[in-house]
Write a protein of this length. Structure first.
Length: 260
């Protein structure tokens, strides 16, 4: 079987007049002695004649491109331009970045009860009132009655020691709780005032304000009473308003209770 030094692709290039000029003489010499290649070229010529007629290939291509309609450039409306701008990759990346920053700042920010009246310190606490088996989060104005239990909880530290007390307009301390963390709610009773002891709620008053003092160090009830009275004396010796002595005591909170 005779080998063909030229492929069908070479014959197509020769027939389309795009073959390298340096290879044309050798291909034409091969065609003189190869009936198969000559027959293949004859088939290509017949197909070209049927399709193009007597037109050269280059002229046919030019006519095809001339008949092709150019793409019309339409001017985009302002709304379309705005949509392209808003939904472009830089705009989307910037929007998601801003959203991530806002959500991160929101979720990482320490949560606090906005109703809890902060009078000093840098930490936050929660107040819970228990009535029977129902436990509710206390707000700044909360209805309590005899038999209710009260518990304060620090947000951040489990080792915080809390002392809670009532104080009237004259500076008298109504009650103080023990100087250790209260793991269980302290039950409210009436008619008793104690310094180290259970929470006492005075039913004789229509409105009470409970103050909460916290410290990471253990302390005796008498020491906090002295701090309260020292702060009150400073208030009496100045022209401050009623509540302006409170910031002198760090780590202090105030919560108002209304008797039901």
């Amino acid at each position: 079987m005779r080998e063909h030094p030229f492929s069908a692709y070479d014959l197509d290039c020769y027939h389309s007049e795009v073959m390298e000029h340096t290879r044309i003489p050798s291909l034409e010499a091969h065609l003189e002695g190869c009936d198969d290649c000559a027959s293949y070229l004859a088939q290509l010529s017949a197909q070209k004649q049927q399709l193009l007629g007597d037109k050269p290939t280059a002229l046919f291509v030019e006519e095809v491109f001339a008949k092709a309609k150019p793409t019309q450039q339409t001017q985009s409306s302002p709304w379309e331009l705005l949509q392209r701008l808003l939904f472009s990759r830089p705009a989307l990346v910037g929007a998601f970045t801003c959203l991530a920053i806002v959500l991160g700042a929101f979720y990482l920010q320490p949560t606090k009860n906005p109703q809890l009246r902060w009078m000093g310190g840098k930490q936050f606490i929660k107040a819970f009132v228990k009535r029977g088996t129902s436990v509710t989060l206390a707000t700044r104005i909360t209805h309590v009655r005899e038999g209710d239990a009260l518990r304060f909880q620090s947000y951040f530290s489990k080792q915080v020691h809390l002392i809670m007390f009532f104080m009237d307009a004259k500076g008298n301390v109504s009650w103080v709780v023990p100087a250790q963390p209260s793991r269980t709610p302290q039950k409210m009773t009436t008619g008793k005032y104690t310094f180290p002891g259970s929470l006492i709620f005075d039913n004789a008053r229509l409105t009470e304000r409970v103050f909460v003092y916290w410290d990471k160090q253990t302390f005796a009830p008498n020491s906090i009473v002295k701090k309260i009275k020292d702060a009150w004396v400073h208030k009496k010796q100045s022209s401050f308003q009623d509540d302006q002595w409170l910031p002198r005591m760090k780590n202090l909170w105030s919560l108002s209770f209304v008797k039901q």
